[in-house]
Design a protein around this ligand. Structure first.
Ligand SMILES: Cc1ncc(C[n+]2csc(CCOP(=O)(O)OP(=O)(O)O)c2C)c(N)n1
Ligand SMILES: [Mg+2]
Length: 410
């Protein structure tokens, strides 16, 4: 009774700290195939519980089960596997290049490859993603040149962005990949605005917004949901819940709502939670949301439940804030291994072919790296010209910049 009336400040705590035993017993994992597949014009109020469950297709035996299965052919699945393996190989090489001083910075996708690789295959040409830094799979799965990506990472003479962007902040209008902004959550308002413009001009293109669990705490996320809800914008609202925002666990940004998907409910937006390490489930759910958007049924919010197995970036050391073996304990497994096992189970893949594909992919990535490095790296070889710094922004250059350009002699 001594402290009756005394207020206590509440700070959510992660289950475990470094040195402790990883514990995901608080993450309930529904059986694969158990989630229903509603019609796309479902009344959002009747599927509220889907914001608290997890849609899964691949079961523990590698079989694809339930109403969300069966959308992709064997060829498409084999291609998807190759995309994820390529992204993983690309990441490993570029992470190494950062350690060798060839670039100042890199960010990996380890463990999250299914999210962006499978999502891309649910969109059509001309649709526009507003990605964060952890969706390079959108480019890989759309056939964007790895050499061009590496040129950007190296800020070399062939960098299409001419050294003006942080490494990994790609941009490609042709591949539906809006220029990445380091200011997180801005992607949400931009995507919703772009989608509204598409509807206003009676176009057929839809937008996809991307955000991480931590960044949903930004007000841009909430403002975007208001506009998307009110104007039924043709947009897919993606939340990648990889459990961590640098060193902050997801419980901080999630607050008391139980899940990130539940954020959609207050706005009357259908909200689905999906196994983010299940290529088939990600693709099926994204396809459902894309069909809704294209049929003028408005936005869908999707929470991808996944785990950031790597460090946040090349500047981060996760051993300072989470147990080392935590990623091994993650109950949804590894997206590459799960799709590989599914294809082996179907009889269209084998361990030998997988090992061979791994070697071939590595060779392709190394060849791309050699070509990119012939155009320069951070401290060696060709660089964008100083003149580039002054160009590409103003239709008519202001006098003070013209003077500076003259002073620089370019
Ligand atoms: C508006 C804004 N605030 C803070 C940062 C610094 N920052 C960069 S990444 C990051 C963590 C983001 O975590 P999350 O949204 O979960 O994405 P993840 O890195 O896990 O993919 C922060 C805080 C930023 N870039 N932009
Ligand atoms: Mg995160």
């Amino acid at each position: 009774m001594a402290d009756a009336g005394m207020l206590r400040f509440h700070v959510p705590e992660p289950e475990v700290r470094p040195g402790g035993t990883p514990d995901f017993s608080n993450v309930p994992i529904p059986k694969a195939g158990s989630a229903p597949r509603p019609e796309i014009d479902v009344d959002p109020r009747t599927i509220r519980d889907m914001a608290f469950s997890i849609i899964r297709v691949l079961n523990r035996d590698g079989e694809a089960v339930g109403p969300w299965a069966g959308l992709l052919s064997d060829e498409e699945l084999l291609e998807g596997l190759r995309h994820m393996m390529t992204l993983r190989s690309f990441d490993a090489r570029m992470q190494m290049a950062q350690r060798q001083g060839k670039t100042s910075f890199y960010m990996q996708h380890l463990g999250e490859e299914a999210v962006s690789c499978a999502f891309r295959k649910a969109l059509a040409a001309g649709d526009m993603n507003f990605p964060t830094y952890r969706q390079a799979g959108l480019l890989i799965a759309d056939g964007y040149s790895m050499v061009t990506m590496m040129n950007q990472i190296y800020s070399n003479e062939a960098d299409p962005l001419k050294g003006r962007q942080l490494p990994i902040m790609y941009s490609s209008k042709e591949h539906g990949f809006f220029s990445i902004s380091g200011n997180l959550a801005t992607q949400y308002i931009q995507a919703v605005g772009w989608a509204m413009a598409s509807a206003i001009s009676n176009d057929s293109k839809i937008a996809a917004a991307w955000i991480g669990d931590g960044s949903t705490a930004e007000s841009d996320f909430h403002s975007a949901l208001v506009f998307a809800s009110t104007y039924k914008a043709p947009v897919i609202l993606n939340v990648v819940n990889n459990q961590w925002a640098i060193s902050t666990f997801q419980g901080i940004a999630r607050g008391g709502s139980g899940t990130f998907a539940a954020r959609g409910l207050g706005f009357g937006i259908p909200a689905l939670r999906v196994d983010g390490n299940d290529y088939l489930a990600v693709h099926a759910v994204a396809k459902w949301a894309a069909e809704r958007a294209r049929a003028n049924l408005g936005p869908t919010l999707i929470e991808y439940v996944t785990y950031r197995a790597g460090a946040h970036s090349s500047s981060d050391d996760p051993s300072a804030y989470r147990p080392k073996a935590e990623s091994d304990a993650w109950p949804l497994g590894d997206p590459v291994i799960r799709l590989k096992n599914h294809l082996i189970q179907k009889g269209v893949w084998s361990n030998e072919r997988h090992a061979q594909a791994e070697a071939e992919i590595l060779e392709t990535v190394i060849a791309a790296q050699k070509e990119a490095e012939s155009h320069g790296t951070l401290h060696a070889g060709g660089k964008p010209s100083t003149r580039d710094m002054f160009e590409g922004l103003y239709a008519e250059m202001p006098p003070h910049l013209r003077r500076q350009r003259q002073q620089a002699g370019v």
